[in-house]
Design a protein around this ligand. Structure first.
Ligand SMILES: [Zn+2]
Length: 306
């Protein structure tokens, strides 16, 4: 990735309540795939990496940072940019002084490329999320036309467009192969419960090590050498420890109303689970558009004050 998105826990306090949307229903149990095997003696970094609960290079967890990824999906335009900037351009920095860096999975349609270029110029990673954001596994045209458009109108070098996320997290054997054929470095679409199958990101040289929990699962082994998978790590809800969605997390189910304190409780619980044990990466996967929806709904009631 262009920039590592290592952020402080303090940013969690800036995450307000959200509603369900894309990816919300994908909560993976992540049972191990019995047919899978990977030999670390032959699958050697950086070209190949076997799934592992341990940090790369044999480093002890206490010697590495608690990595966190902050991602935003869908089009970038003047509607969502102020919400995004409120988080990414906050006054919080990483402990080493570096500003927060996010990854934007940009759907090309409805994006304002001045805004895309602005976020790239601020040091964030621009990745792809198809052209039209259809609710079907993407073919080569959807992937490649997004790359061409973001390159042409956003001025982002193709060599910097390294990542891909499937719309609605709908992936198949064929669509993963399409991502690999587009010469992208990584996919980030597979929802994974970090407690039942803890693993760092891995390459798909030997297929997928856990049972697929997507809506439309591949039926055949899909081996794509050199293509990395950066899972969307599900969250766990405190105090009942039930599975929570990876994207746009709920408060503790089955609560209907979310508030900032509920969300913060869930995020802190998951952060400390990792920080005090394996330091497995954690992610905040956000749709800024949801915040807009929330604001519009709030404005619909009598006498709002926002
Ligand atoms: Zn999307």
């Amino acid at each position: 990735m262009r920039k590592s998105a290592v952020i402080a826990l303090a940013v969690a306090a800036a995450v307000p309540a959200v509603n369900a949307q894309e990816g919300q229903g994908v909560v993976g149990s992540a049972a191990a795939n019995a047919a899978y095997s990977c030999n670390p003696a032959t699958c050697v970094p950086p070209a190949c990496f076997c799934p592992s609960p341990n940090p790369p290079g044999g480093l002890p967890p206490q010697k590495i940072p608690q990595f966190m990824t902050l991602t935003f999906d869908d089009s970038i335009n003047s509607v969502v940019l102020p919400i995004i900037m409120n988080i990414t351009q906050s006054h919080h920095n990483n402990p080493n002084g570096c500003p927060l860096a996010a990854t934007f999975f940009v759907s090309a349609q409805f994006s304002d490329y001045w805004n895309v270029q602005t976020m790239y110029g601020l040091g964030h990673e621009i990745a792809t999320h198809t052209w039209t954001h259809l609710n079907t596994p993407p073919g080569p045209v959807e992937i490649n036309s997004a790359i061409e458009t973001i390159n042409t109108f956003g001025g982002i070098p193709k060599s910097e467009l390294k990542g891909f996320r499937h719309p609605f997290l709908l992936y198949t054997n064929g669509s993963i192969a399409n991502v690999a054929a587009s010469k992208l470095l990584y996919d980030s679409s597979m929802s994974l419960d970090y407690t039942s199958f803890p693993t760092w990101p891995f390459t798909l040289d030997n297929g997928v090590p856990f049972v697929c929990d997507a809506i439309d699962c591949p039926t055949q082994p899909y081996k794509n050498p050199g293509l990395w998978e950066i899972p969307l790590y599900n969250l766990r809800a405190n105090p009942n420890n039930s599975l929570n969605a990876a994207m746009d997390p709920n408060p503790i189910p089955p609560a209907i109303t979310a508030n900032e304190a509920d969300i913060l409780t869930v995020l802190k619980y998951n952060f400390l689970n990792r920080y005090n044990s394996t330091r497995l990466p954690m992610g905040l996967y956000i749709h800024a558009g949801l915040y807009t929806l929330f604001v519009l709904n709030a404005l619909a009631v009598p006498e709002p004050a926002i």
